[in-house]
Design a protein. Structure first.
Length: 307
């Protein structure tokens, strides 16, 4: 398969779509990101990489970080974690409050904001304080990327905290139900920092490799999750990775994947490759508009999907 040619064809056909949709403007630092940018990068299990577009340009990974914190929390708590967060699609927007009220403060899944906040809160409890938890999250992301330079953008984290009322509300609501253990301000601010991690498409596709290989990095041989945990992480990515558009994404793309409001998407083809795509302009569900189309074209052209 000529992956390079396929990626270049996708880039060409996706170009007119880059101006559609809008960037995440509820985080002021992200509102400034130029719309018409695109990168797509695939990393095969042997480390071979094929890329097109702005592949080395760093972007805010935002909710894609939820996959990495979910992995860590599963490593630590195993099925105990599910007492605090479920694995069912929410059918609601990523930052919705309503379901949380009538489901007694237990978020549907770890990829909506409420669920991710619980996961980060659980890591802070385990590591005793928020600085140590953040350091462990960063170390994990550096390890899976095999790149010690990965870091977060202070300005993006600060900017989100300034307008963080909805996430603070989610955390306070969960606290009122007894499903939040640490200071709401500290946990939410740690969550914003994890969301503000910046990576290029090339780095992100490298970071996802453990999920394409049963939890073990095929290059460094380090184990980041067990085989059964990896099955579950990918399953939740497939069913919940795109919030209330998860069904549509699975229907069109057919891969476990996680989006972020920075315009990135990480998608996994088990036993074959990890894919990262970035196009900052979002559809009405808060998922990358052109990124989704690019992935659909990729699985259609290559015939590679999990189905
Ligand atoms: N940091 C963002 C938020 O909490 C992440 C949302 C996302 O990427 N969908 O709103």
């Amino acid at each position: 398969m000529n992956y390079q040619e396929i990626l270049e064809d996708i880039y060409k056909s996706i170009k007119p779509e880059l101006k559609r949709g809008k960037v995440a403007d509820y985080i002021p630092a992200l509102a400034r990101v130029k719309k018409e940018q695109f990168a797509m990068s695939i990393t095969l299990l042997d480390g071979t990489n094929y890329s097109v577009g702005d592949v080395d340009k760093k972007f805010s990974i935002q909710s894609i970080s939820k996959v990495f914190t979910f992995t860590k929390a599963l490593n630590i708590y195993s099925k105990e974690l599910y007492k605090r967060v479920g694995v069912e699609p929410s059918g609601n927007p990523f930052n919705s409050l309503v379901q949380l009220e009538y489901e007694n403060g237990i978020p549907r899944n770890p990829f909506i904001n409420a669920g991710a906040l619980v996961v980060t809160d659980s890591l802070i409890s385990y590591y005793k304080d928020e600085y140590r938890a953040l350091e462990k999250i960063l170390t994990f992301v550096r390890d899976i990327s095999n790149n010690s330079s990965i870091d977060f953008d202070e300005e993006v984290a600060k900017s989100e905290l300034e307008y963080g009322d909805r996430n603070l509300a989610l955390a306070y609501l969960m606290k009122s139900f007894g499903n939040f253990e640490n200071s709401v301000e500290k946990s939410v601010s740690t969550y914003f920092k994890q969301c503000a991690i910046t990576m290029s498409a090339k780095e992100l596709s490298r970071a996802g490799l453990y999920l394409a290989n049963g939890g073990v990095d095929p290059i460094t041989k380090k184990e980041f999750a067990t085989l059964s945990q990896t099955k579950r992480i990918n399953a939740v990515m497939l069913t919940c990775g795109h919030y209330d558009a998860s069904g549509e994404f699975a229907y069109h793309v057919g891969l476990p994947a996680k989006s972020g409001v920075g315009g990135g998407i990480l998608a996994i083809i088990p036993n074959v490759m990890s894919i990262a795509v970035w196009a900052p302009s979002l559809n009405r569900y808060g998922n990358s508009h052109a990124g989704t189309l690019a992935l659909e074209e990729f699985t259609t052209k290559t015939g590679l999907s999990i189905f």
